[in-house]
Design a protein around this ligand. Structure first.
Ligand code: ADP
Length: 411
C-alpha cells in the first residue's frame, strides 16, 4: 500500500541556471500505474530518481504514504527500481542475483526461542529485534518471483547465458522479491528489439495484475505510455504538460506539444480560422467551412467568442477520405494531391498536399478500397476528404493551448 505525492518539486543540477525539473505536482494513488513520458532530456529520469532517493530534491516535497521522504535514504524508502541496463552481477547465478538484495535486508521480528516461540521479557512483553531473512525465507521469495516471471528453469544459469528479455525479467525479479511499496522502472524495455519489447510490454501488464502495487514507469515511447499507464504524465523541458488517462491525452490534448507527441503518425496541424456563420461556429480551412460539434458551439457561444486565427488539429486516422465514386457535393469537401503512400498492411498512410502547399497525412483502412479508390490514392492522384465535427481539435494560435476545456470537449 503506497501513494506517492510530489509537491512543487524542483531539481537544479549544479552549475545550471535552468531547472531539470520544475514545479512538478502529482498525486499518485495507491496501486496506480503512472507513466512519465516525453522526449529525451525532459526530466523524466531525474523525477524518478528523486522519488527513489538517488537524486537530491532542490525544492519541494516528496511523500510516500503521507510521510515526507526528502531526507530518507533510498534503502529506507521501501521502493525498488528497475533500470534499462539490467545491472545484474555477471558472475552470480540468476538465483543469487535475485537473492542478493534480500541477504542484505533486515526485517523486524521479535526474539524467539529455538522452537520459534516469542520470548518475553520480565514484564511479559515481546522483545523487538531486527534480523536477516533466513535461507528458507529467501528461497521462498526467489522461487515465488521466478514463478511469476516464468524463469524458474533458469535459476541456476548465469546472466550471460540468457537473452536480453530473460535478463530483464531477472532484473524485475530482483525488484519483486523485495515486495516494495513502489515499483520504479526507468526505460526497462529500450534495450530490447521491437518484437521482444512488444512481448515484454504485455508481460509488464500481466505482472502488474499479479503484484498489485504502485508503479512509476519512465519511457520516451508514447506507445508504451499509452498501453501501460492508468495515467500518463507528459513532460517537456522539465515541466508537466498534461496529466491524464490515455483516453484523455489522446482525445483532448491540452496543447500543441501534447497533440503532436501522442499518436502516430503525428496529428496534422493546419492554420485556420474559427468563424461564426449564420449563428454557428465553423472552422474555415482553405475557404471551406467545417462546423464544430454541438457542445463546443454552445461553449463558444457562451464565451461570446470572436472570429480568430486558430490551429486546427486533425489526426491522420480522423480525416475522412471520400470514395472515388462518392457523389458528395457538400460545401465541406477539400481536395489534396497525393505525394507518396506507405502500405502498412491493413492500413495505408497517404501523404498529400492541400491548399497552399501544406503537407498532410491521412490513414485509411485498405479493406474496402475499390479499384477506382486505389487509382486516385496512387502517387500524383487527387483525393477528396472531409472532417468530422467530433474529431477536430482547436488550438489558440498564439498560446498553443486547447481552446476548449476538457469537460466540454469530452462530453
Ligand atoms: P530524461 O530522463 O527525460 O531523458 P533527464 O532527467 O535525464 O531527462 O535529464 C533532464 C535534464 O537534466 C537534461 O537537460 C540533462 O542534461 C540534465 N541532467 C541529467 N542528469 C544530470 C547531471 N547528473 N548533472 C547535470 N545535468 C544533468
Amino acid at each position: 500500500m503506497a501513494n506517492v505525492s510530489l509537491r512543487e518539486v524542483y531539481k537544479y543540477y549544479e552549475n545550471n541556471e535552468t531547472p531539470a525539473v520544475a514545479d512538478f505536482n502529482l498525486e499518485i494513488k495507491d496501486k496506480e500505474f503512472v507513466v512519465f513520458v516525453g522526449p529525451s532530456g525532459c526530466g523524466k529520469s531525474t523525477t524518478l530518481r528523486m522519488v527513489a532517493g538517488l537524486e537530491e530534491i532542490s525544492y519541494g516535497q516528496i511523500l510516500i504514504d503521507e510521510k515526507v521522504v526528502n531526507d530518507v535514504e533510498p534503502k529506507d524508502r521501501d521502493i525498488a527500481m528497475v533500470f534499462q541496463n539490467y545491472a545484474l552481477y555477471p558472475h552470480m547465478t540468476v538465483y543469487d542475483n535475485m537473492a542478493f538484495g534480500l541477504k542484505m535486508m533486515k526485517v523486524s521480528d521479535v526474539k524467539r526461542d529455538k522452537d520459534g516461540v516469542p520470548v518475553k521479557d520480565a514484564n511479559g512483553r515481546e522483545i523487538p529485534i531486527m534480523r536477516h531473512y533466513t535461507k528458507a525465507e529467501i528461497k521462498e521469495k526467489v522461487e515465488e518471483a521466478a514463478r511469476i516471471l516464468s524463469i524458474t528453469e533458469y535459476l541456476q544459469r548465469k546472466p550471460k547465458a540468457m537473452s536480453g528479455g530473460q535478463r530483464q525479467r531477472v532484473a524485475i525479479g530482483r525488484a519483486i522479491v523485495r515486495n516494495p511499496k513502489v515499483f520504479l522502472m526507468d526505460e526497462p524495455l529500450s534495450n530490447l528489439d521491437a518484437k521482444l519489447r512488444n512481448q515484454m510490454r504485455a508481460e509488464i501488464l500481466m505482472l502488474r495484475k499479479r503484484i498489485n502495487t504502485t508503479f512509476i514507469y519512465v519511457t520516451h515511447d508514447q506507445t508504451e505510455a499509452m498501453t501501460l499507464g492508468d495515467r500518463i504524465v507528459i513532460m517537456r523541458d522539465g515541466f508537466i504538460q498534461q496529466v491524464g488517462t490515455p483516453g484523455q491525452v489522446f482525445d483532448h490534448p491540452e496543447n500543441l506539444f501534447v497533440a503532436g507527441f501522442i499518436g502516430t503518425p503525428q496529428m496534422n496541424f493546419f492554420n485556420a480560422k474559427l468563424v461564426k456563420v449564420d449563428g454557428s461556429y465553423c472552422v474555415n480551412l482553405y475557404g471551406k467551412l467545417f462546423p464544430v460539434k454541438e457542445g463546443v458551439n454552445a461553449y463558444l457561444e457562451e464565451m461570446k467568442f470572436e472570429d480568430s486565427d486558430i490551429v486546427l488539429g486533425v489526426r491522420p486516422e480522423h480525416i475522412t477520405l471520400l470514395k472515388a465514386d462518392s457523389t458528395e457535393v457538400s460545401a465541406a469537401v477539400l481536395e489534396a494531391k497525393v505525394t507518396v503512400t506507405e502500405m502498412m498492411g491493413s492500413e495505408l498512410y497517404v501523404h498529400a498536399v492541400v491548399g497552399d502547399g501544406k503537407e498532410m497525412v491521412l490513414r485509411t483502412p485498405t479493406a474496402g478500397l475499390s479499384k477506382a479508390d486505389r487509382v486516385s490514392i496512387a502517387d500524383g492522384g487527387t483525393i477528396r476528404f472531409t472532417l468530422e465535427p467530433e474529431l477536430m481539435h482547436l488550438f489558440d494560435k498564439a498560446k498553443e493551448t486547447n481552446l476548449i476545456p476538457i469537460n466540454v470537449d469530452m462530453e
